[in-house]
Design a protein around this ligand. Sequence first.
Ligand code: ZN
Length: 86
Amino acid sequence: MDDISRREKKRITSKGVRALRTQPGWDPANYRSPDPQDALQSLAAAGAQHRAYADASDCSMCQAERQRTKDDTALCEVHLLEALGL
Ligand SMILES: [Zn+2]
């Protein structure tokens, strides 16, 4: 919504970033995008992400990606976009 002021957005964003920083395993050095707007977006996508992971657990492309990257949470391009809410 455009009627949320820029200041309000910024306030919500820094709140989200603070919440993220309190998460265990949060490592700012590994976080490649310093843009707080992105952090807010990933918070907003968290709900969609859970759904995407449920679908992705049966996806052979996701499984291939996980083997390739040795990352249990890796997603194929389709499910990655879905997880991002795109
Ligand atoms: Zn997939």
